[in-house]
Write a protein that binds this ligand. Structure first.
Ligand SMILES: [Zn+2]
Ligand SMILES: [Zn+2]
Length: 104
């Protein structure tokens, strides 16, 4: 008697805080696989994470923006991992601008 009728659920993505639908179909799939946890991330973020993993870089969890990212080099053990996006920002911010008014 475990045939509970599943309904679509609205969950909040842990990564981007967006609401996303966890479909009954997906829930059934989770049940079938014996997964007790519900998805933590929306499909967008999961796809993004998968893509990062597929790009065969080193999968990291960025300590700056607290999101998933990837590095070309293995993350240093004694340092906070940083994603490429944050790294670029850091590089830009440490470069002291010579002219203030550089309109984009
Ligand atoms: Zn998300
Ligand atoms: Zn980051």
């Amino acid at each position: 008697m475990e045939n509970t009728i599943l309904e679509d659920k609205t969950l909040v993505c842990k990564s981007c805080q967006a609401e996303f639908k966890w479909s009954a179909k997906e829930q059934a799939y989770y049940q079938k696989r014996g997964l007790k946890k519900q998805p933590q991330k929306c499909s967008d973020c999961r796809q993004k994470a998968n893509k990062l993993r597929d790009s065969a870089m080193f999968y990291i969890h960025c300590g700056f923006c607290d999101s998933d990212g990837a590095m070309l080099a293995p993350p240093p053990k004694d340092q906070v991992a940083i994603c490429d996006e944050c790294f670029q920002k850091l590089v830009r911010s440490t470069k002291t601008p010579t002219s203030v008014s550089e309109s984009a």
